[in-house]
Each structure stands twice: as C-alpha cells, then as structure tokens.
Design a protein around this ligand. Structure first.
Ligand code: AKB
Length: 310
C-alpha cells in the first residue's frame, strides 16, 4: 500500500493514542495526521457521540484512514454503563457511517480480550472462541466486531479489528482499565513505593508491550487487503503475566520492591477474561510478530521510567 495517507485519529489522548499518533506522524508526515479527543489540549476537539460534528469533521478532512481509538475501558464502563455504551458503540457507529458517507478507505477498531467471557477457553484463547462477555465494555466491543464485518459486507468498507490484551508502556498512563495495574506497578517500583495490587497474585492475563502494539497496528493497517482473512478481527498476543510474575520480574532488578494483593471488582472482571491468546492467525495472515516478553519489557519499563525521573 502506498505510504501517502490522510489519517484521522479519535481518542488521541488515551493510553494508545499518545504513542500511536507520534508513530503515525513519523510514518506519514505531521501534516497528514489529524488527531482529536474530547478531553485535553488537542488540535481538534471531537466528541465521537456527536453525530453531526463527527460527520462535519470527516467531510472537512477527507481522511483515507480513521484510527478510532475513543473508548471507555472495562472498569470505568462498569461504573457508567450508559456512557460506555454511547462512546463504545454509538460513537463507533457514527465513525462507520461517516466513513461510508465520505468514502474513507480503512477504519481501525480496537477490540479487546474483554469480548471473551467465562465460557471461552482460558488458555491460548483462539480467535473463534465464543464471545459472551460479562462487562458492558466487552459487550459493546463484541457488537463492534460484528459491525465491522457487517460494514465490510454491506458497504465494502475495510474495517480492521485487533483484539488487544492489556497494553504496557512507559510513554503514557492508562485510565479506567482492568489491566492498568501492569503499568502502575512499574511506576510504584521506580518511586520506591509499596504497590497495592487490585488483582490477585495469580490472576494471569494476556499482555503486550506498547511498542509492539503500535508497530503491529500500523503493520496490520498497511497489510494488503487480500491478507485480511478474518473480517471480525484478530487476537494480538504478546505474553501472559499475573501480578506475581510482574512483581517477581521487578524484584529481580529491585529486591526491595514490595507488593500487597488487595483484589477488588477488577479481579472479578479479569477472572472472566482469557489468561493467554492464540494469535496464530495474525502471525500467519499478515506476519504479526511481538518482540517483547515480560523480562525485556520489565527492563525497558524500569529503565525508561527511571530515566524520566532522573
Ligand atoms: C481494559 O483493561 O479494560 C483494557 C482492555 C484489556 O481492553 N486494557
């Protein structure tokens, strides 16, 4: 695919957007990346639930691609299900409608391991496992995957979906997710603080380094259309880790690091999700290959966060 693109990003102030936008700017040129959010100091203010404003913006920018990142994550979604539904489903629907109206070539929709529920296989969960989620976030994202397939079939819109695990990076803070602890634990360690973990010690979840997630997402969006054989999306795996694994990896480098396990409502959410993903279809179809494991990521997280504090 040619590299010249015009790209609209929604939710650019979120954990992924803050890292993806600079990567897109580097790849496609700053002048070709238009980034928006409903909060913060951003070049374009956009509430994706505002149908008229969204359509007007897409008409003005005429993007070739939309990376639709705006979302309310799992833990926040359980507290405010109405807003979670409005943003995660209605906002996305607005993006898809605007994309069809303005002949956008490709749309990226970030789905999640939260689409899987307790009846999916826990280990090496495959792409075609049942999606009967138990959180409002997962329910909206599962519907979003089906919408992607529907828009592809009905309108020929190339909507691409990745099921992200917990994403861990030093560059940005997560907000409102069940997997946020896996970023916060490193900040606590560097700050010399005892970490209060909201998940139980052995609650393993699929995880992925931010650097891998951003690179993989761009590679996926650039892959030739004939390589995308799964219209409702691909699992994007990295490694599997429980809080005790993160604590152990940190303690190998910082023996004084201490952690208390105080499971709250997030532990129950995590218990309904897979422990690890089978992402063999992404590897086979479009060449997905993560680079970081827990040890490499721990070294990078402690190094970068420590350097930023110095
Ligand atoms: C969350 O914890 O809600 C997200 C996710 C796994 O989709 N990070």
């Amino acid at each position: 695919m040619q590299v010249q693109q015009r790209i609209l990003v929604t939710g650019c102030n979120g954990q992924i957007g803050q890292v993806l936008v600079p990567a897109l700017q580097q790849r496609y040129g700053k002048q070709n990346v238009f980034h928006s959010d409903v909060r913060g100091d951003v070049p374009i203010h956009l509430d994706v639930t505002d149908t008229t404003a969204l359509l007007k913006l897409v008409q003005e920018i005429r993007p070739t691609m939309i990376y639709h990142l705006a979302a309310v994550l799992s833990a926040t979604g359980e507290r405010d299900p109405v807003r979670a539904w409005q943003v995660n489903l209605n906002g996305y629907f607005n993006v898809l409608e605007a994309a069809v109206a303005c002949k956008v070539e490709r749309v990226f929709f970030p789905s999640t391991i939260a689409v899987y529920g307790p009846d999916a296989p826990r280990e090496a969960t495959p792409d075609d496992a049942p999606t009967r989620p138990t959180t409002i976030y997962g329910i909206a994202k599962a519907a979003g995957e089906n919408l992607a397939a529907w828009y592809r079939k009905k309108h020929g819109l190339d909507v691409r979906v990745l099921r992200y695990p917990g994403i861990i990076g030093w560059e940005s803070a997560p907000g409102g997710g069940t997997t946020d602890y896996a970023v916060e634990i490193y900040h606590a360690a560097v700050d010399g603080q005892r970490f209060r973990c909201p998940l139980s010690a052995q609650r393993a979840l699929p995880m992925l380094a931010m650097a891998d997630a951003v690179r993989g997402t761009i590679e996926y969006m650039e892959a030739d259309a004939e390589k995308i054989l799964q219209p409702s999306g691909y699992n994007l795996g990295g490694f599997s880790g429980a809080p005790a694994d993160f604590a152990g990896a940190i303690q190998q480098r910082m023996p004084d690091f201490a952690i208390d396990y105080v499971p709250d409502h997030r532990d129950a959410i995590a218990a309904s999700w897979p422990e690890g993903l089978n992402d063999s279809a992404a590897r086979r179809d479009w060449g997905w290959q993560p680079q970081y494991d827990l040890q490499a990521l721990t070294a990078a997280m402690l190094g970068h966060i420590g350097a930023a504090r110095a």
